[in-house]
Design a protein around this ligand. Structure first.
Ligand code: AKB
Length: 338
């Protein structure tokens, strides 16, 4: 008999670390972890199996379909916004073709199992694109349907993959004689910038927040690449994991959308700096804005409206700004580096 597993792609990334640790603690979920990079030693024992491989390798994905009964897929693998701008075509391949491969795998799995396969997709505030700073400052809490004109390859990829998820869930092969259904139950969250005390991000544009904190804790000087007045929504990793798991377990009939905003707090870079300096008075942080990366952040909303998530699946962050820094981030990074 094939073993029932949850497949996690991009398992060695930031969300992967949090998700694997959490899933392995709360129940007996068998985790099938996939990443192009070797997985960290501490994660290995928490997984049923780790495979080092590429989501573009269809032979590999085909083998997984044959070997496992995949109940749900957390498709976390992706090339983030800054890195994607250095090689947009590669980013498109990984972010879009990779997602398409996983959707195809989910269709096959649902066919074999005769029941829906849940497809959890971390989208991003990068799916938004506000035309200028004035619009950003006046936009208030941006709703899921508004300002969906991304300016980055990563943002275009995320927005398009949300559409692919909608297509596979509702309209797959809509002209087929028998009215084909994919069997995919696609659910996406547009995450704000994420901050973990355990890992540091690579290749993103919201990275200035976590980088400031981790550099200060390590006693390394840091040049912040955005202006002090820059404002973005953020969330700590435990809340990101909570959001993914809550959305996964929500009854389908209560969901009015396939894509949901979530957020917790939205400090300016100056406020971030003040909190970090308060905790690490010797920190050496300077503001040296990078014009191009600043442009990307200026196109992302300063705040998002997460009312639909609250109403449909009871979303509520555990950590507001004060609790996030005082009870999670600062004590944990101090312990980690000192
Ligand atoms: C990035 O900066 O690219 C990501 C994101 C906001 O999705 N952290």
């Amino acid at each position: 008999m094939r073993k029932e597993v949850v497949l996690i792609t991009g398992a060695n990334g930031e969300i992967g670390h949090g998700l694997i640790s959490h899933l392995s603690e709360i129940d007996k979920t068998h985790i099938l972890a996939l990443d192009v990079m070797p997985i960290d030693d501490e994660l290995k024992p928490k997984c049923e199996r780790f495979i080092q491989g590429d989501i573009l390798d269809n032979m590999l994905l085909g083998r997984l379909v044959a070997e496992y009964e995949i109940r749900a897929i957390y498709h976390l693998a992706s090339i983030l916004s800054t890195k994607a701008e250095y090689n947009p075509e590669t980013a498109h391949k990984v972010n879009v073709e990779g997602t398409l491969n996983l959707l195809r795998l989910a269709v096959e799995q649902a066919g074999w199992q005769g029941k829906p396969v849940k497809f959890l997709y971390p989208s991003s505030i990068a799916s938004y694109g506000l035309p200028d700073l004035q619009m950003k400052n006046n936009a208030g809490k941006v709703k899921e349907e508004d300002w969906c004109n991304p300016t980055t390859m990563y943002g275009c990829n995320k927005l398009y993959c949300e559409h692919l998820g909608r297509y596979y869930t509702k309209y797959y092969r809509q002209l087929a004689a028998e009215g084909s259904q994919s069997g995919i139950d696609f659910r996406a969250i547009r995450f704000p910038g994420l901050i973990s005390a355990i890992t540091t991000p690579t290749g993103g544009t919201s990275d200035y927040g976590p980088e400031m904190l981790h550099h200060a804790a390590k006693g390394i000087s840091y040049k912040c690449f955005v202006r002090p007045d820059t404002r973005l929504p953020f969330m700590v990793m435990p809340d990101a994991i909570k959001a993914l798991l809550s959305l996964e377990s929500a009854p389908k009939k209560s969901l009015t959308k396939l894509v949901y905003n979530v957020t917790s707090f939205n400090p300016s870079a100056q406020e971030f700096y003040d909190i970090v300096l308060d905790a690490f008075p010797n920190a050496q942080i300077s503001f040296e804005p990078d014009y191009a990366r600043q442009g990307i952040v200026d196109s992302w909303p300063a705040d998002v409206d997460d009312e639909a998530a609250k109403k449909d699946w009871g979303w509520s962050p555990e950590y507001d700004q004060q609790k996030a820094f005082l009870e999670y981030l600062i004590p944990a990074v101090k312990k980690r580096y000192q």
